[in-house]
Ligand binder design. Structure first.
Ligand code: RP5
Length: 164
């Protein structure tokens, strides 16, 4: 069996990629390998079961799961893997992602999903959470994460300017 990268990014639909790509870009910036896959809880339930039940044995360490609407993907995935699952509520058309957020965040006690913000911010932060988990046992990554934050701090101007 091929050893998988530490992070799996799964999403319910191709239409989620625009949001979830922000998680992928953030992992790229931190030099963390990942695999991105479309795994729909309702359109491809067998694929979800296969993925979630084998994720740990395949070598993944953290799962980032993005979905919109009745967003049961992160919770269903978490129910079938002991790996940490970070859920990203994708902004839906009908309810602007409020539906996605509540679907993902309101897990009953016993099966946790670490839920991030709606949309791009959540996708970026899910990647940073994944990085923080992996950095617990990877000093070089911990240094890269520190540097990422330092660059972010240095990029904030002290005084506002009129936009061009
Ligand atoms: C969810 O339904 C997906 O996660 C997506 O956010 C939403 C809409 O999917 P599409 O109809 O665009 O495929 O399952």
């Amino acid at each position: 069996m091929t050893e998988r990268p530490p992070v799996a990014i799964i999403m319910g639909s191709q239409s989620d990629w625009e949001t979830m790509k922000n998680a992928a870009d953030t992992l790229d910036a931190l030099d963390i390998a990942y695999e991105a896959r479309i795994v729909s809880a309702h359109r491809t339930p067998d694929r979800l079961v296969r993925f979630a039940k084998t994720a740990r044995d395949e070598g993944f360490k953290v799962v980032i799961a993005g979905a919109g609407g009745a967003a049961h993907l992160p919770g269903m995935c978490a129910s079938m893997t002991p790996l940490p699952v970070f859920g990203v509520p994708v902004q839906s058309k009908a309810l602007s992602g409020q539906d996605s957020l509540l679907s993902i965040v309101q897990m009953p006690a016993g099966i946790p999903v670490g839920t991030l913000a709606i949309g791009k911010a959540g996708a970026v932060n899910a990647a940073l959470m994944a990085a923080a988990v992996l950095a617990l046992y990877d000093d070089a990554l911990a240094d890269r994460l520190d540097e990422w934050r330092e660059r972010q701090t240095a990029a904030v101007a002290e005084y506002p300017m009129d936009e061009a």
